[in-house]
Design a protein around this ligand. Structure first.
Ligand code: WT7
Length: 645
């Protein structure tokens, strides 16, 4: 590597190929300077790419840590994703969808709008009004996108719960959001087996009385039970529903959706996103970062159940009139070349995926790739966790054939939009670095006291100024909002929870979470949330849960457990506890190791020291342990951990 740039400061890395730059949506580096000089002007200019019933009176009101964007503006997110495209794109494919067993469904913009309106009318008939939160619990089938947009159309915020979550996790989220309506399905295929989604729902919600209506998509052949008066089939209620539904006129600051995510304390928190700023932010970043053009076939492999799916499958790309490709299934079914096969058959031009997937492909080897012609690709992205330079280079060389720019995009559920990323026609990339903040974003690496760290020195990633799609609050828990994100420094600087450093060129290198959030294959899992579930098992007295670095998955879960008197350590119990995590959170959270122990490292006041457990799990020096109640516990746990390897 090491193509040099011709810019005033030479940077070692990969320059955007000239022909890419020439035609790129953004190819003038001056955009950074202009946005820095006048960030509000920058966002305002881009807000004109959105359709407003009434334009805003004011771009920003910043009363730290609260921001309002595009005040007084009126718009509808669904209108922007669908109706606004009809003039020029009514017959263009909005969505090409493929299932694991090879079914393909395609929707033009007009067809997608018709389905969305029909469902919007069904929701209204079920008594859903502006402001009512609807929960969606579906796999990556077209109905998940239709459901989100139908909610947005009538001003009902959606709360999408990732389909692999357990019924209990679903119930917690339904209760917190006070949802009266749920959209789910009977089941879905995974590697040829059926996941019984509706049964998970029934198990989970048996203890809550909240739901008045459950709409069930028929997606599989598994037997389910339907509760009289509450459960209805999607196809029954959609049949004959009117295809005209006027969009609700929403205020910029009306809630568009809730997205639950894990944090440092026990319960998942509902991140609140509003309409105007979010639409401007996702529309602009989609166009600039993914260089979206009229003929692109854009494939983001994320699930709509996570923020990536919200911002970069649904709202950003559709509001730009893109053609989406989505796939509901495993990457190795029926064989390990499924992704390359999809890219070849659908002529995918832009691929946005996660480091954990890239590392898996790397392990499977390039022979799977070589079976296919994937030369349609022109740009690739990465998101979810730090991408190690080896994986970046492999992706660049083998998938991108050495010619496609890579955008490593750092952002979070809370930021709503991509915050740090190359602009593919402008930025010289370095493998492993997310490079520079997006135009108009002011990021820094700070120390404990809030001073910027020197180049090369570790610190905390911070955002210094407000941005349009920033989290507005934690649903029903304003205190937690302030405490989690704003109280580290001065109540106006956003604390992201990530460690980072900058190099001599000012490039950002994200290291990973510095709080008690574990990232397993890009999925975000809270230590405290996990521990509180483990201790609800009748045999468990105490649990300490930490992430251990893993070559493929980024991190895996190590769960240290002390048992109640009378419970016996055994392989069966380990198995049972793993299954318990599965059942109560979801299979993606299955602990890699359960380690029984007579005691856990605790402070004198009895608090479990996860820092020490994490060091032990990762075979690192636990540092000063003299303040522990019983320092001998460290050696005992180290021994038990090493025995497993
Ligand atoms: C956390 C946020 C953003 C959508 C998916 C995850 C990690 C995300 C990167 C990246 C290094 C990354 C951070 C962040 N992360 N992207 N490109 N490089 N780390 O959203 O579940 O809210 O997780 O994911 O640790 O804080 P999320």
């Amino acid at each position: 590597m090491g193509e040099r740039t011709g810019s005033k400061k030479d940077i070692d890395g990969f320059r955007p190929p000239e022909d890419f730059s020439e035609n790129a949506v953004v190819n003038d580096p001056d955009i950074y300077r202009r946005a820095e000089e006048d960030p509000e002007g920058f966002w305002e200019e881009n807000a004109n790419n959105i359709y407003w019933y009434k334009k805003w009176d004011k771009v920003l009101e910043w009363e730290p840590p609260h921001s309002k964007w595009f005040l007084g503006g009126k718009l509808n997110a669904c209108y922007n994703c669908l109706d606004a495209n009809l003039d020029t794109r009514a017959d263009k494919a909005a969505l090409i969808w493929e299932s694991e067993d090879g079914d393909i469904r395609q929707y033009t913009y007009q067809e997608l709008l018709d389905e969305v309106c029909k469902l919007a009318n069904v929701l209204k008939d079920s008594g859903i009004r502006k402001g009512d939160i609807v929960t969606i619990y579906l796999p990556m089938i077209p109905e998940v996108i239709i459901s989100m947009l139908a909610c947005a159309r009538i001003g009902a915020p959606h709360s999408v719960v990732f389909a692999a979550f357990s019924g209990d996790s679903l119930a917690t989220r339904i209760s917190n959001a006070n949802s009266r309506l749920l959209i789910t399905c009977d089941g879905y295929a995974r590697r040829g087996k059926v996941v019984e989604q509706k049964n998970k729902v029934d198990d989970g919600i048996s203890s809550i009385e909240l739901l008045e209506r459950v709409i069930v998509v028929k997606n599989s052949d598994n037997d389910i039970s339907m509760k009289e008066g509450r459960d209805v089939w999607w196809h029954d209620v959609m049949n004959g529903s009117d295809i005209v539904c006027e969009p609700e006129i929403m205020d910029s600051e009306d809630m568009l959706f809730l997205m639950y995510t894990s944090g440092t304390t026990g319960k998942p928190k509902g991140i609140v996103h509003t309409t105007g700023g979010y639409m401007v932010a996702t529309n602009t970043t989609s166009r600039f970062v993914f260089d979206l053009k009229e003929d692109d076939i854009y494939w983001c492999t994320a699930d709509a159940g996570w923020i990536t799916g919200h911002s970069y499958i649904v709202y950003g790309p559709l509001s730009n009139g893109a053609t989406l490709l989505t796939y509901e299934g495993a990457p190795d079914y029926p064989e390990k070349d499924r992704y390359w096969d999809i890219i070849e058959r659908h002529k995918v031009t832009i691929l946005y995926t996660a480091p954990t997937a890239i590392r898996t492909f790397m392990k499977w080897g390039t022979s799977w790739l070589k079976m296919h012609d994937i030369s349609s690709l022109r740009l690739m992205g990465s998101v979810g966790e730090p991408i190690n330079p080896e994986a970046w280079k492999w992706y660049h060389e083998n998938v991108g054939m050495g010619k496609c720019p890579i955008v490593d995009t750092w952002w979070q559920t809370e930021t709503g939009m991509i915050m740090i990323s190359p602009l593919p026609g402008v930025t010289t990339t370095k493998p492993g670095s997310a490079t520079m903040p997006f135009p108009g974003i002011k990021a820094a690496v700070l120390d404990e006291k809030g001073n910027e760290t020197a180049p090369g020195e570790d610190g905390f990633l911070a955002i210094l100024e407000p941005w349009p799609s920033m989290v507005r609050t934690v649903f029903g828990n304003e205190e937690r909002f302030i405490e989690t994100y704003w109280s580290k420094w001065d109540n106006r600087t956003y604390f992201a929870g990530d460690g980072a450093k900058r190099d001599d060129d000012g490039y950002f290198w994200i290291i990973g979470r510095v709080d008690d959030v574990i990232k397993v294959a890009g999925h975000r899992i809270g230590s405290a949330e996990f521990e509180s579930i483990m201790v609800s098992h009748p045999s468990v007295a105490e649990a300490g849960v930490v992430g251990k670095e893993d070559e493929l998955r980024g991190e895996v879960i190590y769960c240290y457990v002390t048992l109640k008197t009378g419970a016996e350590e055994s392989e069966e119990l380990k198995k049972e506890l793993r299954g318990y995590a599965d059942k109560n959170i979801g299979p993606f959270a299955r602990p890699k190791q359960i380690i029984f122990s007579d005691d856990l490292p605790k402070t004198r006041s009895g608090k479990i020291m996860r820092r020490v457990l994490k060091a032990i799990a990762n075979n690192k020096d636990p540092g000063d342990v003299t303040t522990l109640q019983d320092p001998a516990v460290v050696d005992m746990l180290t021994e038990r951990t090493r025995e497993l390897e």
